[in-house]
Design a protein around this ligand. Structure first.
Ligand code: OSB
Ligand code: MG
Length: 401
């Protein structure tokens, strides 16, 4: 992966859109009922590029949320216009100018600038990243629900062709659920994701859950509980290394800098790489390379993205270190309406996008229909720091329609 060249942004549009979900998605960290999402359109010297910010509607999963990211990106905009910026450095450039953004907002800027560059260069994201396959096995996440409903859903999704199911668990809703799924689906690759809801007293119990037939455990313990993760990993260290059930870090790794301390503490034996959570594609590729060097299995994690983010995820998942099946389902698994073209699934696999850029552009009319608010930042920009602290939506002109 060569560093993408700098592009110069002439205008940045930031949108906050409320996309309908097919069903609520409940997890240990909270419930998402409408997929409010922040997206940007950067007009650059080489053409337009789109970026998606994966922050959820509320700050439940990590500290970022969609409307906060909307404000951060809107405030960052004026500092980004009219000068050459490498995609992976745009967020840091805004930070130096005094607008600090979380990893998901920074990743959104990187995606938009990289999309502009790759589209102009007629190159796909997978090609730029160094993808080694043209299709990836499909995996799907299942939110918290009753045992009966979850088992029915699991059976249906396995029939649809999904190779891996990732089931959300939380204390009091775990062992019986895993046993019920296993009795109906003895062969399926089964992962559980607790979103950090267990504590250091739960190591025995988690071991029992794993022994009921789980192939990977994602973020069982709270981020500030690495010693419990280490203890569980020690319990699971039986047999040869390759066949051990990995304890996968998700929320615990929010930048490449989080990786080495956690690995050295013996607190992770697998990593969910979500480009937005770790600050973008360059950061995700760096983490991927470390996983490969350390023989730590990686999985490509989803964030209930639109087709744009899902195109990106499928490209990232085509790197060779992703040996655990990821959250690789089409956006339509969650979204009832989506301005972006979706991925399609054939025989339990998704093709890695091969078209130019990150994804094809959205249907603007459909996007406008769901946009709650939008801001267009254009040169010559007057940087007015006194705007800080004001209601970011107060003087909003709304979407163009
Ligand atoms: O913990 O992996 C998670 C979605 C939103 C926030 C956190 C998580 C998830 C998922 C992935 O489980 C669902 C998907 O995008 O398919
Ligand atoms: Mg997770």
């Amino acid at each position: 992966m060569d560093p993408a060249p700098a592009v110069t942004v002439s205008s940045l549009e930031v949108f906050l859109a409320d996309l309908p979900l097919r069903e609520s998605f409940a997890a240990g960290h909270g419930t998402t009922s409408v997929r409010t999402v922040t997206v940007v359109l950067a007009e650059t010297d080489v053409g337009p590029g789109w970026g998606e910010c994966s922050a959820l509607p509320e700050p439940t999963y990590t500290a970022e949320w969609a409307a906060g990211a909307f404000q951060a990106l809107t405030e960052a905009g004026p500092f980004l216009l009219g000068r050459p910026l490498r995609p992976a450095e745009a967020g840091a450039a805004a930070g130096k100018a005094g607008v600090q953004m979380g990893p998901m907002a920074r990743a959104c800027l990187e995606m938009a600038l990289l999309d502009a560059h790759l589209t102009a260069a007629d190159r796909s994201l997978g090609d730029w990243l160094g993808a080694t396959t043209d299709s990836v096995p499909a995996g799907v996440s299942i939110g918290l629900d009753s045992i009966e409903a979850t088992v029915d859903r699991a059976v249906q999704l396995a029939e649809d062709g999904y190779r891996r199911l990732k089931v959300k668990i939380q204390p009091g809703h775990d062992l019986d659920l895993v046993r019920a799924i296993r009795s109906r689906l003895p062969e399926v690759e089964l992962q559980v994701d607790a979103n950090g809801t267990y504590g250091s007293d739960d190591v025995d119990h988690l071991q029992r859950i794993v022994e009921a037939g789980v192939d990977a455990v994602e973020q069982p313990f709270a981020i500030d509980c690495p010693s419990a993760a280490r203890e569980l990993i020690e319990r699971l260290a039986v047999g040869d290394r390759e066949s051990r059930v990995p304890v996968v870090a998700d929320e615990a790794v929010q930048s490449p800098a989080d990786y080495e301390p956690l690995r050295l503490a013996g607190a992770m034996t697998g990593l969910s790489i979500k480009p937005p959570r770790v600050g973008g594609f360059a950061a995700a590729a760096e983490l991927h390379d470390r996983c490969l060097a350390d023989r730590l299995p990686a999985t490509a994690g989803g964030m209930l993205e639109t087709g744009l983010g899902r195109h990106a995820l499928a490209a990232v998942a085509a790197l060779p270190g992703f040996t655990l099946t990821g959250d690789l389902s089409p956006a339509g698994r969650w979204l009832a309406a989506d301005p972006w073209p979706d991925l399609s699934m054939t025989d339990g696999r998704l093709s890695v996008p091969s078209g130019p850029g990150v994804a094809p552009p959205p249907d603007r009319e459909l996007l406008d229909r769901f946009v709650r608010t939008g801001q267009r930042l254009q040169e010559p920009a007057t940087v007015d720091r006194s705007r800080q602290g004001q209601d970011p939506f107060g003087s909003n002109p709304g979407p163009s329609s």
